[in-house]
Design a protein around this ligand. Structure first.
Ligand SMILES: CC(=O)N[C@H]1[C@@H](OP(=O)(O)OP(=O)(O)OC[C@H]2O[C@@H](n3ccc(=O)[nH]c3=O)[C@H](O)[C@@H]2O)O[C@H](CO)[C@@H](O)[C@@H]1O[C@H](C)C(=O)N[C@@H](C)C(=O)N[C@H](CCC(=O)O)C(=O)O
Length: 515
């Protein structure tokens, strides 16, 4: 991520016309901002007091008053109270019914509907949201469209190489309704033409994006998650489907290999065009009525993959430098979204090979005369197994894995990771991964306990030495997965946090051409 950009917005305005749109008559008072947290109140802000999940924002009205808020817009419990006003010291308190649900519309109005001139793609699903959003924005940038993204990695303008010129970190994957429209206003002022954003199920339930104009809704997949919040899988699935009610939605880009897409098709408003994407060798939910974006004749190599894209916009060859079947799905969703928004298929085919993954997630480093090295964040037994299974498809030679397990953390996973590595890779090297207060040799022994033939497993506790050794032993046809660190730039040994950037180390190794 690059340095943060500061775009000042001139938002000073009277609350009179703003609240008139919601049926409330008030005095003509100028405010500069809408503020959700009483601790951030300044004299020219309007404090928005909402009933929350944990606390009641109305309990903080006295604090907002003491900080000099000119206006306080407070959620009320009955329709009858809507629009009632009272004064507390210098603060005008205005009751607003159903404020939580209406906040997105209030913020959109306050910021003058900044999303209206931009193309907006909302990506939801259990896994793959971050990568799909990144690939979508990167693809737009490669097609010379100024693009931005909002999600787990923060928010900002995305370059052709996936770098993000940050507009700031966000607390949530999907920001609150006010932050969302403020970001949109900053993007619009910065001449951004397209925004891809992650839309979480929490955000949909809490109506954080209720009034946001979304042109394309993407579903990646649906598996069990967040049941603490939603209660049941049905409620979780239905929360995701709420994105279909976004105002002005035009396209729903659906994973054809995902059974949940069927429910989306059943609930699709007739103004929304379904587009099914997927890999053609699995069952797809296709009918003549839908637009499609399908990968056929898929071939994997250590450099990525190639396939014939058969789509309702035409047919062409696509080369991707991305690894893993899941990344093909993510890229297909990004391509389908761009096709929906009018990009030419031939232009997409010309630039698709330049797409790069999110930093430290199946990130590939290679040259012609060296083995391919892949840096990935996988640090659980299942993630390690999935990463190795994905890479096996790309490997023309042997598959190496270098990994470790954290100290002072779940000891149960150590033997399971040993088992996964031994089962799925040809050459296994155990190394150090945040040993903390534990002896790294003892952690390695715990990992080895899960292996059937521990004598065949190498232990090299210095991560850089382990990578050097694997690169020296491997041939250009081999793939080396270095798992656990991903984008992190430190290693915790004892009580010390030592600088260690695995991506940089591997990148420089290739730049030095020492292999
Ligand atoms: C449970 C939940 O989702 N909470 C979200 C909700 O907060 P809330 O309304 O419950 O806040 P609260 O603490 O009860 O406070 C109520 C009100 O009092 C205000 N307040 C509070 C304290 C104070 O001193 N002064 C004050 O004014 C608060 O600003 C708030 O407006 O609304 C806030 C604004 O939109 C969110 O930031 C907050 O997300 C919390 C931090 C959170 O952890 N959410 C998670 C569960 C979440 O949403 N995760 C998804 C990602 C899921 C995924 O895909 O992995 C996400 O989109 O991030």
């Amino acid at each position: 991520m690059q340095a943060k950009q500061h775009i000042q917005l001139n938002t000073t305005q009277s609350i009179q016309p703003l609240l008139a749109k919601f049926g409330i008559e008030t005095a003509d008072i100028m405010v500069e901002s809408l503020v959700l947290d009483s601790r951030e109140v300044a004299i020219h802000s309007a404090f928005i007091a909402l009933k929350g999940h944990v606390r009641d924002g109305r309990d903080f009205i006295p604090q907002a008053v003491s900080l000099g808020a000119k206006v306080i817009i407070a959620e009320c419990d009955t329709q009858q109270e809507h629009g009632q006003t009272s004064m507390r010291e210098q603060s005008l308190i205005i009751s607003f019914y159903d404020l939580s649900a209406q906040l997105s519309a209030l913020a959109a109005t306050f910021y003058h509907f900044p999303a209206s001139e931009m193309q907006i793609i909302g990506v939801t699903g259990t896994n793959g949201k971050t990568s799909t959003v990144q690939l979508t924005s990167q693809l737009a940038a490669l097609l010379n469209k100024r693009a931005a993204s909002i999600g787990t990695l923060g928010s900002g303008v995305i370059s052709c190489t996936g770098e993000c010129a940050s507009f700031g970190e966000t607390i949530n994957t999907t920001p609150d309704a006010i932050t969302m429209h403020k970001l949109m206003a900053q993007f619009a002022q910065d001449n951004v033409k397209q925004v891809a954003l992650e839309v979480s199920s929490h955000a949909l339930v809490q109506k954080r994006v209720a009034a946001l104009k979304v042109d394309v809704a993407v579903l990646t997949n649906l598996t069990r998650d967040h049941l603490d919040y939603h209660g049941t899988m049905q409620a979780y699935a239905q929360a995701k489907r709420e994105i279909l009610t976004q105002p002005e939605l035009k396209f729903a880009v659906l994973n054809g290999n995902e059974i949940e897409s069927k429910q989306w098709l059943a609930q699709l408003p007739n103004t929304v065009t379904p587009v099914v994407y997927g890999i053609d060798d699995e069952s797809l939910l296709l009918s003549d009525a839908q637009k499609v974006c399908l990968a056929k004749e898929l071939e994997y190599s250590s450099q990525g993959c190639r396939f014939t894209l058969v789509s309702s916009w035409g047919e062409c060859e696509i080369q991707l430098s991305l690894l893993g079947r899941f990344n093909i799905f993510n890229a297909l969703a990004a391509i389908a979204s761009q096709l929906c928004l009018g990009q030419a298929l031939t232009d997409i085919a010309d630039v698709a090979q330049q797409l790069v993954p999110v930093a430290g997630r199946m990130e590939r480093f290679s040259d012609e005369k060296s083995p391919t090295v892949v840096v990935d964040y996988a640090h659980t037994p299942d993630a390690l197994k999935q990463a190795l299974l994905a890479l096996r498809q790309h490997s023309e030679g042997r598959l190496f894995v270098i990994f470790g397990c954290g100290g002072d953390r779940d000891k149960g996973k150590r033997s399971l990771m040993g088992e996964a590595a031994e089962t799925c890779a040809d050459v296994v090297m155990i190394t150090n991964d945040n040993s903390r207060s534990e002896d790294p040799n003892a952690i390695a022994s715990d990992i080895l306990a899960g292996c059937i033939q521990p004598e065949k497993i190498q232990v090299e506790l210095d991560r850089k030495c382990a990578i050097d050794k694997a690169v020296a032993d491997a041939t250009p046809k081999d793939i080396i997965l270095v798992a656990g660190k991903g984008h992190e730039d430190y290693q915790i040994i004892g009580s010390e946090t030592v600088a260690y950037n695995e991506r940089e180390y591997v990148k420089q190794m290739f730049e030095r051409n020492i292999t």
